[in-house]
Each structure stands twice: as structure tokens, then as C-alpha cells.
Write a protein that binds this ligand. Structure first.
Ligand code: ADP
Length: 740
């Protein structure tokens, strides 16, 4: 190898080595640079970590201080609230304390502790027992008539019950408190001591005021009773005389005056009665006096009294008494009559034409009672829905044009509602303005023990014809007769009856019951026409005014005249009599009867003897005029002594006895008569102007049988006469009936 070659080789090797060295240097630089970078990163990282830890620490400090602030605020608020609550509890006059389950005092306000003032032992932690003992020992309470030991025992045993009864304590320092103790959660007992000194003083004042008011009220009632008596006595004369005057021949002008006197007198009496009743109800002085009474008859009597007024306006008064409903119940007759008078009276008052229909139905309520429902339906002016609610209120009247012309106090329905309430019933009204109203009430009434079955004797009639233009009445009659097994032919007019007879359908008819007033041919003309045509079928006339038929030539052809509305009893009796062989003797014609007045006599017995004791001359006159026309021997006594003497000498069948008379009064006279031979049996009817509750019992207790209140009502007086007409005497008038 040449040197050159050697040199070349060497240079090449050196160059290679230098290149490698270069390479290594570059790698070293890169590693160093990486290291530097890492160092920088590391430094950065280290820097960051230190900052967040600092922040965290700072945040912790902040939260801690905020929490501390909030706690302090909350504590402050709580302390303030507690202080405020406690201040409040301390300011109230009522005592407040809490005891724990061991019955030791936990907290108590000043008012509670006040009664223990000056006793250092009384502090939080003291037991309830000890507190009671201190009160007793220190005599800080009044023991109310018992020993301190007994009082302590009572106070301690109270707390043994789950429910602790309140108790009233009178403290010797002069105040009174009511203690209410309640068990709270966890066995605590909260005690509240309420100061009732003021309340008690107020209650005592009220009690005193009440007693004064009651005394005043008693005085008022006595005054009202006296005034009622004083006003009624002369009013009896005014109304009775005016009524009698109306029955005489008068010019139109005189009749107007007489009727006005009568109706104004009656209106005045109604007002007096309403006000009297209302004041009694208000004073809760009104009590009911149940006794056996006849519901059907009661309604009937009311209808008869209202008949005259209804007739003037051609309103039909109809009664539909449930066929199978007994009539005798136990109830206060006077109050029942008042309810009926008010409802039926209103119905008649507010009706110009059409009818007033009284329906009575009942369902059994237990063994000896019936739930009866009475409805009074009219075809009058009706009541607008917005007024319906308030008409049962006091002094409530519907104040509208249509209503202005009707008089009244607006008390009737208020009294009626209260009476029905008192009897345990309910009352309602349904009405459509312009169409009519229907008032109804329901009550449970015990049956009277003397209730009899309606028909005793059998009815043997097979076919009866009814002539009645009024549909409702026709239907009622049809039902009543069909229920008795009678076959009924209905006619709506007299013409229809005649037609049926002419067509041979009258032959089998055993009795014709005809209404008096019918459009076309009336009942009396119909009877005359039948007789003229040769038919002698017996005829019973139904009339709302029997007195008005007296002078008709056909009267002698009638078998009987029945007063409308008809009592079921009267109708059935008529059917029974008509089924009897030969029937009743026909009533002789009116021509045979003396005029004016006396109605034809039935039967040929002696005349009934009636004695009336009455000290007031006007009242004697009214009385005699009311019985005028009856076939009775009427005698008068002017005081009690004369009455006893008259009884001894004339042996009357019936005595009417005025109660207040000078010298021997009606009660004493009755007692004296009851001692005389025959005196125990004679019916004695009291006449009294006293209308207060309690008067009636007094009178009945003196041995009288009935009480009639003045002013006397002719129909009721006549009914009394008829009721006590003895069997051997002739009935004083055909329209009367001897029913009891
Ligand atoms: P009064 O009849 O004395 O005004 P009520 O208390 O008996 O008092 O009746 C109150 C009111 O109720 C009457 O004034 C009348 O407006 C209304 N009212 C009562 N009954 C009827 C009726 N049958 N038809 C229409 N309105 C009646």
C-alpha cells in the first residue's frame, strides 16, 4: 500500500470519526435542550401547585368566617325572639307555666307566679304538688265550702286524669281564674290560668239584666192579658151586633156600614190576637196543651167560619180528607185551629176566584201515631219566588201592587211556623206567581184513644147519583162513596141528571146527592123538576149556606141539607140513614115553618133547654140573637148565684157560663151546680174573653166542659147546641147535627 493510499485511508477514517463526533454533539445538544425544557416545565408546574393550595386555604378561611357570622346572627335573632316571646308571655294577664313529666315547674310567667309572691321557695324546679300545698297553706285561694285538705286533694287528683278538666279558682286577693291544663308532647303539662274576673262580673250584670227583663216581660204579659180581656169584651158587642144587624133587612148603604163595622171589628180582634200570640212566643211563654181532638172537624169549623167570605167571591172551599185516616188525634186544639185558620184564611184572602182545597193525608208512624200532611192549595195571586223565603218572617208581607189591598199584620205565618215548630213539624210553601199558592205542613200526631172506626152501621145503598159541577168535589165524593161499596153515577150539571132520568137511567138510583149552586139548573130547581117529572128519588142537598135554602118551595122535597164542605162522618151518617128501611122522614116544607127564622123541626121531641149566665147586657142580647131562630128554650142568669138558682129550677140541657161575673163568678157557679142533683152531668160551656194560655186549663179545672172565647161565633155556638142536644129533644134546626 502506498503512502498515498495510507494517507487517503487515514483521512477517510478521520473524516468518519469527525462526522460521528458531530453526530454525537448534536444528540447531546438535543438532550440538553430537552432537559432544559423539562426543567422549565417542572418549574411551571411547581409554581401552579403552590397557588391553588393557597386559594383553597383562603376559601376555607372565608367559609369559616361567614358561618361564624351567620351563627352569631341566628343566635342573636333567636335570643331576641325568645326575649320577645317571654316578654309577651309576661305581659299577658293570664298565667302561663310548663311542667315536665315529673310535674316540676320548667317555666312560668309573672302572672302565674304572682299569686305566690313573697314565697322564695317558688322557683323553677318546684313541684306542682308543692305549689298546690302552698296555695292551700297560705290560704291564697277560697276553698268554696270544703276543707283546705279536700281542696288540695281535688287539685292533685285532677292531674291524674289523661284529660284534665278545667277548674275555677277564686283567689283571696279578689280575682277569679279558670285553670286549663293540657298534656303536651313528651309528658309535659302546659298550664293556662285565665283571668275571668271581668267576664264573671259581666255575666252577673247580664243575669241581673235578664231578671229585670223577665220581670218586665211578666208585667207585659199580664198587661196584655188584661188589655186583651178589656178589649175583647166590648168588641164582642160590636162584632156580634154588627153581624146580627147584617142579617136584618137593611138598605145598601146601611149594609155597607154594618159590614164595615163587623169586618173592621174582626180585623182588630185578629190583630190583637196575633200580637198577643207573638209576644207570648217571643217570651217563650207559649206551651202546647194536647188533648183529644177531631182534626177533620177542626178544619171543617174553620172552613165554615170562612165560608161567608169565600161565598162572596164565589170561591169553592173544598176538603179532601184521606178516606182511611182517623180523625181523632192528640194535639192542642186551639193551636191547631189557629194554624188552620191562618193558612186557610190566607188562601181565601189572597184568592179572587177558583177554589181553596184542603187535603189531609197520613201515614202510620208507629203503633199509635200518624204522620199527617195537610196542604192548603189556592188559585189566588201566588207569591213570587224571591218573596217565598221571607214570608215566614215577622211582619213580612209581599209589598206589591197586587197585595196592597189585603189587610193583615204579617205575623200570621210567623206564628204559624213557630207553632208548627213547637209541635215538632215542618211547614213549606210552593207557589207560582199569578197561579196560586200551596202551603203545607207535616206533623206526627198520636192517635187519641177514643178514636172510633168511621162507620159502625152498614151502608146498604147500591147506587147513588152525584150532581156536582166542580170536578175536584165530584172526584172527592166519588172516592168517598166508592170506598163504601156504593156504585156512583157522576153528573156535572142538573141538566145531565134530568137527561139521565129521562133516558131511564134514574130508576135504579136510590139516592141523589146534589150540589146547591150549579151553573144552569141549581140543586133545588133540579129537585123540583124531578118531582114534576114524577121521580121520587130521595135527594140530599149540599150547600155552603144552608140558611139560604130555607124559603125555596122544594125544601120539603129534600131528605137533608148538608153543610159544605161535608164532613165524612155527616155524609156516611146520611148514607146510613138513607139505607135504613123507609129512610128519614122528609123535611116538611118551609111554608109549614114559622117565619122569620125557625128552621123546620126534625123529629117530634121536646124543646131543648139552654141556660146562659152572662152579666153584660149587650152580650146577653148578642147571645140571644145568635140563637134566634132555633127551637130552644133559652133562659138567662145575670150572675153566678142566679145561674145556680136557674139550674135548680129549669134543669137545662146545656149551660153557657160567663167566667168573669160580679159576685159569684162562673167557676164558683159551676162548682155549685156540679153539687146539685143532675148537675154533675150537665154540659157547661165557658164563655170567656181571656185568650191567654193557661186560662183554659184553669177554667177546665173548675169543672167546665168546654171553653169558648169571645167574641162568640155563631156557627160554633150552634154547633155546641147541636152537640149537646139530648136524644129526647128535637134538633133545633135541620142543618144541625147531634155529633159529639
Ligand atoms: P198577613 O196575612 O197578616 O199579611 P201572614 O204572615 O199570614 O200575614 O202572610 C204574610 C204574607 O205572605 C202575606 O202578606 C202575603 O203577602 C203572603 N201570603 C200568605 N199566604 C198567601 C197566599 N195563600 N197567597 C199569596 N200570598 C200569600
Amino acid at each position: 500500500m502506498t503512502l498515498f493510499d495510507k494517507l487517503t485511508l487515514e483521512r477517510r477514517a478521520r473524516l468518519t470519526a469527525e462526522r460521528r463526533l458531530d453526530q454525537r454533539n448534536r444528540e447531546l445538544d438535543a438532550a440538553l435542550a430537552q432537559l432544559d425544557q423539562m426543567r422549565i416545565d417542572l418549574h411551571g408546574l411547581r409554581q401552579n401547585g403552590r397557588a391553588s393550595a393557597l386559594e383553597d386555604a383562603q376559601r376555607v378561611v372565608e367559609v369559616q368566617s361567614k358561618a361564624r357570622a351567620e351563627t352569631e346572627t341566628a343566635q342573636r335573632t333567636a335570643t331576641m325572639a325568645e326575649r320577645r316571646l317571654w316578654d309577651s308571655i309576661n305581659t299577658i294577664r293570664d298565667g302561663f307555666a310548663v311542667f315536665n313529666r315529673a310535674q316540676e315547674l320548667v317555666i312560668a310567667n309573672h302572672a302565674y307566679l304572682d299569686v305566690f309572691s313573697g314565697i322564695p321557695e317558688v322557683q323553677v324546679g318546684i313541684s306542682y304538688r308543692r305549689l298546690v300545698e302552698i296555695l292551700a297553706h297560705e290560704e291564697r285561694v277560697a276553698f268554696d265550702g270544703i276543707t283546705p285538705e279536700a281542696w288540695t286533694q281535688t287539685m292533685l287528683s285532677r292531674w291524674e286524669h289523661e284529660h284534665i278538666e278545667p277548674i275555677t279558682l277564686v283567689f283571696t286577693r279578689g280575682d277569679t281564674a279558670r285553670i286549663h291544663d293540657r298534656r303536651a308532647r313528651g309528658g309535659d303539662i302546659v298550664s293556662l290560668v285565665r283571668d275571668i274576673t271581668e267576664t264573671q262580673r259581666y255575666a252577673a250584670e247580664l243575669e241581673e239584666a235578664r231578671e229585670r227583663a223577665e220581670a218586665a216581660n211578666r208585667a207585659k204579659s199580664a198587661f196584655l192579658a188584661n188589655m186583651s180581656h178589656e178589649i175583647r169584651t166590648p168588641m164582642n158587642g160590636v162584632v156580634g151586633m154588627a153581624e146580627l144587624m147584617c142579617d136584618t133587612a137593611l138598605s145598601d148603604e146601611q149594609r155597607l156600614y154594618a159590614e164595615t163595622i163587623r169586618s173592621s171589628g174582626e180585623a182588630l180582634l185578629n190583630i190583637i190576637n196575633d200580637v198577643l200570640d207573638f209576644s207570648k212566643i217571643e217570651a217563650e211563654k207559649l206551651t202546647l196543651h194536647p188533648e183529644p181532638f177531631d182534626l177533620e172537624r177542626c178544619i171543617h169549623e174553620v172552613l165554615i167560619l170562612l165560608q161567608a167570605g169565600a161565598r162572596k167571591r164565589s170561591i169553592d172551599l173544598l176538603m179532601d180528607y184521606d178516606l182511611f185516616l182517623p180523625t181523632r188525634f192528640l194535639a192542642d186544639p186551639g193551636r191547631m185551629r189557629q194554624v188552620m185558620t191562618n193558612l186557610i184564611g190566607n188562601a181565601v184572602k189572597f184568592t179572587q176566584t177558583g177554589h181553596v182545597l184542603i187535603r189531609v193525608v197520613g201515614i202510620e208512624a208507629g203503633d199509635f201515631a200518624q204522620r199527617i200532611t195537610v196542604t192548603v192549595e189556592d188559585t189566588g195571586i201566588g207569591i213570587a219566588p224571591e218573596h217565598v223565603e221571607r214570608i215566614f218572617g215577622e211582619f213580612a208581607q209581599v209589598d206589591e201592587q197586587a197585595n196592597r189591598k189585603f189587610e193583615g199584620t204579617g205575623l200570621g205565618l210567623a206564628i204559624t211556623r213557630r207553632l208548627i215548630d213547637l209541635m215538632g213539624g215542618e211547614i213549606w210553601v210552593e207557589s207560582e206567581l199569578g197561579k196560586g199558592a200551596c202551603f203545607g205542613f207535616s206533623l206526627t200526631l198520636p192517635l187519641s184513644e177514643d178514636a172510633e172506626p168511621l162507620t159502625a152501621e152498614p151502608i146498604r145503598l147500591a147506587r147513588v147519583m152525584i150532581a156536582e159541577s166542580h170536578l175536584i168535589n165530584r172526584t172527592i165524593l166519588e172516592r168517598q162513596l166508592t170506598a163504601q161499596g156504593v156504585e156512583v153515577t157522576l153528573c156535572a150539571s142538573g141538566a145531565e141528571v134530568l137527561e139521565k132520568f129521562e133516558h131511564g137511567q134514574g130508576g135504579a138510583i136510590e139516592l141523589l146527592i146534589t150540589d146547591h149552586l150549579m151553573p144552569g139548573i141549581d140543586g133545588l130547581d133540579l129537585t123540583a123538576k124531578l118531582r114534576d117529572a114524577g121521580f121520587d128519588t130521595p135527594v140530599v142537598l149540599l150547600s155552603s149556606n144552608p140558611a139560604s135554602v130555607r124559603d125555596h118551595p122544594a125544601i120539603g122535597e129534600l131528605r137533608a141539607v148538608l153543610q159544605k164542605p161535608i164532613l165524612r162522618q155527616d155524609l156516611l151518617r146520611q148514607l146510613q140513614l138513607s139505607s135504613a128501611p123507609g129512610g128519614l122522614p122528609a123535611i116538611p116544607s118551609a111554608d109549614a115553618a114559622p117565619t122569620p127564622g125557625p128552621l123546620p123541626r126534625l123529629g117530634g121531641g121536646r124543646r131543648m133547654r139552654v141556660l146562659a149566665a152572662e152579666d153584660n147586657r149587650t152580650n146577653r142580647l148578642v147571645f140571644s140573637k145568635m140563637l134566634d131562630g132555633l127551637e130552644v128554650d133559652l133562659s138567662f142568669a145575670e150572675d153566678g148565684e142566679q145561674a145556680v138558682e136557674a139550674f135548680r129550677t129549669t134543669k137545662p140541657d146545656l149551660v153557657f157560663m160567663d167566667i168573669s161575673m160580679p159576685g159569684m163568678d162562673g167557676r164558683s157557679a159551676t162548682r155549685a151546680i156540679r153539687q146539685l142533683p143532675g148537675g154533675a152531668q150537665v154540659p157547661i160551656v165557658a164563655l170567656t174573653a181571656h185568650a191567654m194560655a193557661g186560662d183554659q186549663e184553669d177554667i177546665l179545672a173548675a169543672g167546665l166542659d168546654h171553653v169558648m172565647t169571645k167574641p162568640l161565633k155563631k156557627p160554633l155556638l150552634l154547633e155546641m147546641v147541636a152537640r149537646y142536644c139530648p136524644q129526647d129533644a128535637s134538633l133545633p134546626a135541620p142543618s144541625l147535627d147531634r155529633t159529639g
